[in-house]
Unconditional design. Structure first.
Length: 218
């Protein structure tokens, strides 16, 4: 019998190296020993991470530590006020389709944002989830509210997504986020949404079930 998915929530910022070690160990245990899948909700202290496509020119300054992440994508920022969801899932049980998995991660974010009356949207060629700034009477301006970065090893996923609840958006000034300079970054607070981290966590858990179900598709 397959063990039920485990939800982990950390209230204090988690060291990035510790998070990487945990993900690697859990992913190996899922594949080798049939360990339970896991979704880990956490925050990091301020830092930048470089994905496998990162361009050194997009690191504008090193005000915070820079970590090589091993995930797909380019540079991104993590810090307090941002909810990170690391997902260690067995894709062999979930359709064995990486493209669909990335689409489902985006859908997970979009449905979560909808619970706060925020319309998140996909953009071709621009990973992540975007919002139109109609709140500023700027309908042609689009800002990123959530970032995605994944790695799949032997059909088990690592890394995942981050949603900006109320981080210090000035911290993004040290990088070109995801290599995209012509668009900005926003947060739920910047959009005028007052929500707590526990409320965001509840929305994430509800939307996860809607999108991913129990994972018995094999």
């Amino acid at each position: 019998m397959t063990a039920p998915l485990e939800w982990r929530i950390d209230d204090a910022p988690v060291d990035y190296a510790r998070a990487l070690t945990f993900m690697e160990q859990r992913a190996a245990a899922i594949r080798q020993d049939g360990a339970a899948e896991c979704v880990w909700l956490l925050e990091h202290p301020p830092l930048y991470t470089a994905g496998t496509s990162a361009d050194a020119a997009d690191l504008l300054d090193t005000r915070f530590p820079v970590h090589v992440a091993g995930r797909g994508g380019e540079y991104t920022y993590h810090g307090p006020g941002q909810r990170i969801a690391y997902a260690m899932l067995d894709l062999q049980r979930r359709g064995a389709d990486v493209r669909r998995y990335v689409h489902d991660l985006e859908e997970w974010v979009i449905r979560t944002l909808a619970q706060f009356a925020v319309q998140g949207e996909r953009r071709k060629g621009r990973p992540g989830v975007w919002v139109r700034r109609t709140d500023l009477n700027l309908p042609t301006r689009e800002d990123k509210v959530a970032a995605l970065g994944v790695r799949v090893r032997r059909w088990v996923t690592l890394h995942g997504l981050s949603i900006n609840l109320d981080p210090d958006l000035s911290h993004y000034g040290g990088i070109v986020p995801c290599g995209i300079s012509e668009h900005g970054v926003t947060s739920l607070a910047d959009l005028g949404i007052t929500a707590t981290m526990p409320e965001l966590d509840m929305a994430l858990r509800a939307s996860f079930q809607e999108v991913f179900g129990d994972g018995d598709e094999a």
